[in-house]
Design a protein around this ligand. Structure first.
Ligand code: NI
Ligand code: MN
Length: 225
């Protein structure tokens, strides 16, 4: 499969069978994204929580592409009320989709929609596609249960927020990578706005200093996993 980074927490996964999955597609209002919502396609949209910098252009993209949104119950229902197709799940639950397996985890954060609806609990997402497992932490502080996530899943790629202020900062994200026993860590949720300025290269060196691997993706870059 291929993983493309749009900046912030937004990713595109293209499976070997050609399905396209977007995660947290915050593009049009995102000053760092090289791609806008009318340039992307999605069979599925995975959402970690309802905040505008994650929900992003979900409605626009899902209407254009007839995508299925996958999110926790309250946020999925909010999408259905907006006229979208959605599959509702919840924390601790996993489900096998045509593209692979999705499991929702806890995240310590909030989840209010931009029009003030309760979006349910914020979440992290474990996605297993084409024999690779990715953990997208969403927005969260560090939590000890990351150890359990790492014990029960072989995490090939951990996508971890490093921007501080709203989420983990660099040092907490390095500890998170250790808890998760992640093979490769990828920093997210930094430098989109001044309040979350952080150095992805500092994160990379601190990950390497504990004997682990990190990749800093450029905005728009796509890698083969
Ligand atoms: Ni948030
Ligand atoms: Mn955020």
């Amino acid at each position: 499969m291929k993983l493309r980074y749009f900046s912030h927490s937004a990713f595109q996964i293209t499976t070997d069978s050609g399905k396209v999955i977007l995660i947290d597609p915050f593009l049009d209002g995102n000053p760092t994204s090289p791609v806008k919502s009318d340039e992307v396609y999605a069979d599925y949209i995975l959402l970690t929580h309802a905040h505008g910098d994650h929900f992003g252009d979900t409605i626009k993209i899902a209407k254009k592409c007839n995508s299925t949104v996958i999110a926790v119950y309250e946020l999925a229902n909010y999408c259905i009320e907006k006229g979208l197709n959605a599959h509702n799940m919840h924390i601790g639950g996993s489900h096998e989709f045509e593209f692979g397996r999705v499991k929702f985890t806890i995240a310590h954060h909030g989840s209010l929609t931009s029009d003030n609806h309760f979006g349910g609990e914020p979440s992290g997402i474990i996605v297993t596609i084409d024999n690779k497992t990715l953990y997208h932490a969403g927005d969260t502080g560090i939590f000890l249960d990351m150890k359990l996530i790492g014990e029960m899943n072989r995490i090939d790629y951990a996508l971890l927020p490093i921007g501080d202020n709203f989420t983990m900062g660099i040092d907490d994200a390095v500890k998170a990578a250790e808890f998760l026993n992640a093979d490769v860590s990828i920093p997210i949720h930094f430098n989109t706005f001044p309040v979350i300025e952080a150095s992805p290269n500092e994160f990379k060196s601190k990950i390497e200093a504990i004997g682990r691997k990190a990749i800093v993706l450029k905005y728009g870059q796509e890698i083969e996993l």
